[in-house]
Design a protein around this ligand. Sequence first.
Ligand SMILES: *Cc1c(COP(=O)(O)O)cnc(C)c1O
Length: 382
Amino acid sequence: MSSRADSSAASPPDKRLHPESWLVAAGRGTDPEGPLNVPLVAASTFRLGGPRGYARGDGTPGWEALEEIVGGLEGGEAVAFASGMAAVAAVFDQLPPGAAVILPDDCYQGVAGLAAAGAAKGRWSLRTIGGADTAAWIAACAVADLVWLESPSNPLLTVADLQAICAAPRKPGAILAVDNTFATPLNQQPLALGATVSLQSATKFIGGHSDLLAGIATTRDPSVREALDQARTLAGATPGALEAFLAVRGIRTMALRLERAQRTAQILAPRLEAHPEVTRARYPGLASHPTHAIAASQLRGFGSLISFDVRGGAAAADAVCRRVRLIQHATSLGAVESTMERRARTPGQQHLPPSLLRLSVGIEDPEDLWADLDGALRSTVA
Ligand SMILES: *Cc1c(COP(=O)(O)O)cnc(C)c1O
């Protein structure tokens, strides 16, 4: 018994573990006498003769640990990057000249910006489609070289019918990528539905503490994995040692954090919807949300982001952001601390309702968060 226990302590974790257990067990290395956590190795260069020579192309133990954890969770092989946008750029880098790119009309502004910049330089043609227009997406799959989906979308939280779109016939060699940052692989697994690539900004829920930038792309296609790895090496878009270490530290608790945050979001969303100073609340878990039915059938959880419009326009919404105390007036999402911002103030987001606030619910007590929100909304009236 004891020798069996000894050897299993250093063997790789069982891929059949539940996601919550996998997040804790994976990415620890197999050295039977090593530390429980892959240490932070600050190295560009290794002595020749071993498995690595130079970190940019040969990898580091730290980012490989992150890749093992996320790859297992998404159900594919993961390639870690310096940021979410570095991972996005590596996917766009796969396109042949003159490629046809399809993007959702509500989309992370960095991705929309990168796609527009490439189109302006004549590298590809760009078309946008509403996230809920499933028929248009299915038609686009037949002709596009890159079908880029973001679901739920930022910040309108539109849920696309991934099951139908990922199963639609595609142009040979085309890439269907899903930005899975808002759902995380805990709520949705695009690769299992047939996506080529699932992408995360690890800056958000994976890191979870607003203290790092990282990104990760996962695929089941070995040639795509190889091409993304090569794009990372050539562009030098590698994660830093500290960032990889912190991302692994963060992902250990991702299931707990997400579970807590989305339970609180379920409490806050209907209260915001009923609030006299709120004209509209958007949350995929609300029956009033335009894509609630798809969300309910497709997502394991409705997530921890809520967008809502404040009565009185941009000035009133800005005042709410100034008045909250527990909630941080800040961009970004998916962290332990709740953050809120008026999205239309961001360049490239002027198509949004001017008073739309995007709230990323953290892990604080729900009643404390509600008191903060309600107080900030009510004092706007005075
Ligand atoms: C933040 C974000 C990105 C970009 O990730 P960075 O880590 O900031 O480079 C891409 N997509 C979505 C949905 C995001 O929220």
